[in-house]
Design a protein around this ligand. Sequence first.
Ligand SMILES: *[C@@H]1O[C@H](CO)[C@@H](O)[C@H](O)[C@H]1NC(C)=O
Ligand SMILES: *[C@@H]1O[C@H](CO)[C@@H](O)[C@H](O)[C@H]1NC(C)=O
Ligand SMILES: *[C@@H]1O[C@H](CO)[C@@H](O)[C@H](O)[C@H]1NC(C)=O
Ligand SMILES: *[C@@H]1O[C@H](CO)[C@@H](O)[C@H](O)[C@H]1NC(C)=O
Ligand SMILES: *[C@@H]1O[C@H](CO)[C@@H](O)[C@H](O)[C@H]1NC(C)=O
Length: 369
Amino acid sequence: MTMLAHEMKRLWMVLVLFMVFSMWQHCATGDPLVPCYFIFGDSLADNGNNNMLQTLAKVDYAPYGVDFPNGPSGRFCNGLTVVDVIAEILGFHSYIPPFAAAKEADILHGVNYASGAAGIRDETGQELGERICMNMQLQNHHKTVQNLIGMLGNESALRNLNKCLYSVGMGNNDYLNNYFLPQYFPTSHEYTLEKYTQLLIEQYSQQLRSLYELGARKLVVFGLGKIGCVPGAIDTYGTNGSACVELLNNASQLFNSKLLPVIDELNDDLPDAKIIYINNYKIGEDSTVLDFKVNNTACCPSSTIGQCIPDQVPCQNRTQYMFWDSFHPTEIFNIFYAERSYSALDPSYAYPYDIRHLISLDQGVAEAK
Ligand SMILES: *[C@@H]1O[C@H](CO)[C@@H](O)[C@H](O)[C@H]1NC(C)=O
Ligand SMILES: *[C@@H]1O[C@H](CO)[C@@H](O)[C@H](O)[C@H]1NC(C)=O
Ligand SMILES: *[C@@H]1O[C@H](CO)[C@@H](O)[C@H](O)[C@H]1NC(C)=O
Ligand SMILES: *[C@@H]1O[C@H](CO)[C@@H](O)[C@H](O)[C@H]1NC(C)=O
Ligand SMILES: *[C@@H]1O[C@H](CO)[C@@H](O)[C@H](O)[C@H]1NC(C)=O
């Protein structure tokens, strides 16, 4: 690492720590910036929902959580996930609990429904075992909404649900654990990549509408990152001389390019909806400022399905690795990512605006009337 890069990285880390800490301080004394945060997603956001499922996609064992206060929790990371960091920045006193373990009092502040291996399509990830697909996550949220109505009454529950922040990050597994696994899934024989992506986006759009029907108004949708650069994909597909698996990165870009107009469409169609898109792809590219020493090998010794082998010693210097296991980024990358989706330092990071702006907006007509 050059001196300059080294200094920049240190400066950056100090800045982030300062920001996270000052926000933590702020929340120690005040209410969170939004009353509740509901999370939908895959292994990038799962924080324990898969622990009780019959699946290979679960990570409730060491060395997962080596940098997390309570050790292994089911997070596919050494420490915090992106949604954990967002919850911290928003000023929540504790992380949003997994649906699988949420108590009745918790649900007022939000629930995390995310599940490793899950996708937009129901069958996605089934080669690994049980998972909670997006449609099922929406059903689980429906149960939460019913519980809230039971606790608060219909109108008050809906008013609360309108004020919450919602985030959704889906699609990775519809490629990595579906379309690009022709030995398990017929989709690549049935559809061109273009057609498959179109179908995915149509289904995703319906799912986002359902979330709106359940009271969501402020909604963050995470686009896909460079799935062709994860070590597990490079090992499986090879790069043919490039740094990454081009075909997979192209699929991400195709997905994102079809998702963006849907964001506009939903904002136009759904009264009071404020839906934003986070450009994972670009933020990931800009993570070069973190000057990782190792960007194509997992920090922990990984199994054939790309997860850490239980109880093996991980790399020491985890801030120098982009990837924790063969598919999931390290905590430092997640902090970098969450920071930038919250406050888009570059306008290309968020469309039409960032999370900070989203949560500052009044809840439109209902309150204006
Ligand atoms: C709850 O309230 C909303 C809005 O006031 C109304 O549209 C809906 O029908 C009510 N639902 C029930 C189950 O009472
Ligand atoms: C890893 O870093 C090297 C050197 O900066 C770069 O050339 C390469 O493209 C990077 N690979 C990935 C997968 O980002
Ligand atoms: C690998 O790269 C070569 C040269 O760019 C190209 O001709 C070939 O089609 C590529 N193969 C695959 C499988 O992408
Ligand atoms: C990926 O997209 C680029 C740019 O459109 C194109 O040049 C390249 O051939 C594509 N690669 C693959 C493997 O599809
Ligand atoms: C970890 O990284 C720091 C900063 O680059 C370096 O000073 C230290 O020697 C590294 N430690 C290990 C165990 O690799």
